[in-house]
Design a protein around this ligand. Structure first.
Ligand code: CMP
Ligand code: CMP
Length: 304
C-alpha cells in the first residue's frame, strides 16, 4: 500500500518542473524533453526504486537517470479482469508490477483464440515493445486480481530508458541467436534474456566456478575458451572433463539440482561470459529444462 501517494499527487497537481541542467543537458540537446514529475513521498520513491532495481528494463540506467524515472512514475490500481493493454491498440505507457499478478495473451493469427503466454509478477515490466518499436501493442495484458502498477509515460521512456534497453538488446541479439541451447527460443524470449544478462571478463587461469561451492549463477561463454575440471579422488588433482568455446554454457547443475558446484570451470584464454542469476535462469530458461537435463547425460562421471 502507498497511502500517501494520492495526497502527494494531488498536491503536485501534475506539476512539470524543470530539473537541473546537469541531468538534462544531454537530453535537451536531442530535442526538448520536458521531464514528467509526479510528486511523491520519499517512502514511495524508495519503494519504486527497489522495484526498478529488480527490473531488467532499468538496469542500464545511472543514478541520475534512475531519479528522473522515479519522479515520472505514476500509480495505477486495477481489479480482476481489467485489460491494462489490448493487442493491436496504440500504446503510450510502460508498466512495472508492484503488487498482484497479470496474465499475458497473444493472438497469433486473425480468427484464432488468444494464446496464454505468461503471468507477470511483482518486479517485472511490460508494455515496452510498443514504445521501443513504435508498433501497436503486441499482446493483451489482464489483471488476475487487485494490482498496483507503476506507469511510465512514453516521453520519459523514450528519452531516458529506451536507449539503454535497446542498446543492450541489440548488443546481445546475434550472440544469443548463435547459442545452440537457445535455438528453440523466439526473438522476444531472447530479447528478455538480453535484458537479464550481465557481462563479465576473466583472465587466463582464473576460476569462473569452484567445485564444491554454492552456485547461484548460470553462464554462457561469449568469446574465448574455458575448461571444466573435476576431482574424482580426495587429494588427487582435478582432471579435465570438458572444454568450452563461444556459445557453450555451464553452471546449470547447481541451479537445477540445488547442489554444490559439481566441477571447476577455469578460463583457458582471456574470455567473456554473460551470466544469469538464479531467478532469471528459472524464469527465462525454465522452458529449456528438458534439454538441460538431457545434456547432463554427456558429463563424464557426473551421473553414477
Ligand atoms: P507491448 O507490445 O507494448 O504490449 C504488450 C506486451 O506484452 C508487450 O509490449 C510485451 O511487454 C508483452 N509480451 C509478453 N510476451 C510477449 C510476446 N511473446 N510477444 C509480444 N509481446 C509480449
Ligand atoms: P555446476 O555444477 O553448477 O558448476 C560446475 C559446472 O561444470 C556444472 O554445473 C556443469 O555445467 C559443468 N560440467 C562440465 N563437465 C562436468 C562433469 N563431468 N560433471 C559435472 N559438471 C560438469
Amino acid at each position: 500500500m502507498v497511502p500517501d501517494f494520492e495526497k502527494a499527487k494531488k498536491m503536485a497537481q501534475n506539476s512539470r518542473t524543470s530539473v537541473s541542467a546537469e541531468v538534462f543537458g544531454k537530453y535537451n540537446a536531442r530535442g526538448m524533453y520536458q521531464p514528467t514529475v509526479i510528486k511523491k513521498s520519499e517512502a514511495v520513491k524508495s519503494k519504486i526504486r527497489s522495484r526498478l532495481q529488480q527490473s531488467f528494463m532499468f538496469n542500464g540506467l545511472d543514478e541520475k537517470e534512475m531519479e528522473v524515472v522515479i519522479d515520472a512514475m505514476d500509480e495505477k490500481r486495477t481489479t480482476k479482469g481489467t485489460n491494462i493493454i489490448i493487442q493491436g491498440e496504440r500504446g503510450n505507457e510502460l508498466y512495472v508490477v508492484e503488487e498482484g499478478e497479470l496474465d499475458c495473451f497473444k493472438k497469433f493469427a486473425e480468427g484464432e483464440e488468444p494464446k496464454y503466454l505468461k503471468t507477470y509478477q511483482p518486479g517485472e515490466a511490460f508494455g515496452e515493445l510498443a514504445l521501443l518499436y513504435n508498433a501497436p501493442r503486441a499482446a493483451t495484458i489482464t489483471s488476475n486480481g487487485d494490482c498496483l502498477l507503476w506507469v511510465l509515460d512514453r516521453n520519459t521512456f523514450n528519452f531516458i530508458v529506451k536507449d539503454a534497453a535497446a542498446r543492450k538488446r541489440e548488443k546481445y541479439e546475434q550472440f544469443l541467436k548463435s547459442v545452440p541451447l537457445l535455438s528453440s527460443m523466439d526473438h522476444y524470449e531472447r530479447s528478455k534474456l538480453s535484458d537479464a544478462i550481465k557481462e563479465q571478463v576473466f583472465e587466463p587461469e582464473e576460476y569462473i566456478i569452484k567445485e564444491g561451492e554454492t552456485g547461484t549463477v548460470f553462464y554462457m561463454l561469449v568469446d574465448g575458451e574455458a575448461v571444466a575440471t573435476k576431482s574424482f579422488e580426495p587429494g588427487k588433482p582435478a582432471q579435465e572433463v570438458k572444454q568450452y568455446k563461444a556459445g557453450d554454457y555451464f553452471g546449470e547443475l547447481a541451479l537445477l539440482k540445488n547442489e554444490p558446484r559439481a566441477a571447476n570451470v577455469i578460463a583457458k584464454t582471456k574470455l567473456k561470459v554473460v551470466s544469469l542469476e538464479r531467478n532469471s535462469f528459472k524464469r527465462l530458461l525454465g522452458p529449456l529444462d528438458d534439454i538441460l537435463k538431457r545434456n547432463m547425460d554427456s558429463y563424464i562421471n557426473y551421473l553414477k
